[in-house]
Ligand binder design. Structure first.
Ligand code: 0O2
Length: 209
């Protein structure tokens, strides 16, 4: 039993270290980008370690025995980072910056922006693997990175509060309303992106006819 507790503690510690590494990396990339382009693609970075209750729930939902080994293998979001960007194009810019990091490997990329979930959820998810260097070993550790615009985040946060993990079927009319709200967010993002493009054109000396 004591051995098992030690293993759980180590699992959490390693994921905390991985989270620290990814956070530092993202801050460096953001500041460097700001330095070169006088522009900041990242609005906010928020990170969290999944609590043990959440890990147990996910293992049970997926039908795996609750062990630290299974948690490591099957729960990919023990360490989670959420990045909020101003514009949709910034999301893909951040993805590219992450992909170019030599010590980070992108294991899974899910683009719910190009292909929104049926309920309207939009976001880009990466599962990355990062080495955590300990005194006597190197532990390759998974971190989930969710990247979305402020508008997508607004929708997802409220939807999470209202419906996500709601055990019963959501009334159809509410589901339609929710999806329509997500589509409104998409239109808003596209509009802001178009304004940004035109502003960039003006800043480069362009004029409208
Ligand atoms: P929580 O409470 O936010 O941590 P997985 O279960 O991760 O192995 P899955 O479900 O295919 O596999 O992963 P996916 O689709 O990448 O979703 C992972 C996370 O994205 C979720 O984590 C949520 O945080 C978020 N997410 C996915 N779909 C929705 C959605 O419809 N609405 C909202 N608000 N968030 C969503 P968790 O662990 O399910 O939940």
């Amino acid at each position: 039993m004591e051995q098992e507790i030690k293993k759980w503690k180590k699992l959490m510690l390693i994921h905390k270290f991985a989270l620290d590494e990814v956070n530092t990396k993202l801050q460096i990339l953001n500041e460097e980008f700001q330095h070169i382009h006088q522009y900041n693609p990242i609005e906010h970075i928020k990170s969290r370690l999944k609590n043990q209750e959440g890990i147990v729930r996910k293992l049970e939902r997926k039908g795996h025995a609750v062990t630290p080994e299974n948690a490591r293998r099957h729960v990919h979001d023990i360490a989670g980072v959420r990045i909020t960007c101003s514009f949709t194009s910034d999301i893909y810019r951040v993805v590219q910056m992450i992909q170019h990091q030599r010590d980070i490997q992108v294991v899974i990329l899910k683009d719910y922006i190009k292909n929104a979930k049926p309920n309207g959820y939009q976001s880009l998810h990466l599962i990355v693997e990062i080495p955590v260097f300990l005194a006597a070993s190197t532990e390759k550790t998974l971190v989930e990175i969710q990247i979305r615009t402020v508008a997508m985040d607004f929708w997802a946060s409220l939807e999470h509060k209202l419906f996500y993990k709601f055990e019963k079927e959501i009334p159809q009319a509410l589901g339609r309303e929710l999806k329509s709200a997500a589509e409104t967010m998409k239109v808003l993002d596209e509009k802001m992106e178009a304004i940004k493009r035109e502003m960039d054109f003006v800043k480069q000396g362009g004029t409208f006819l």
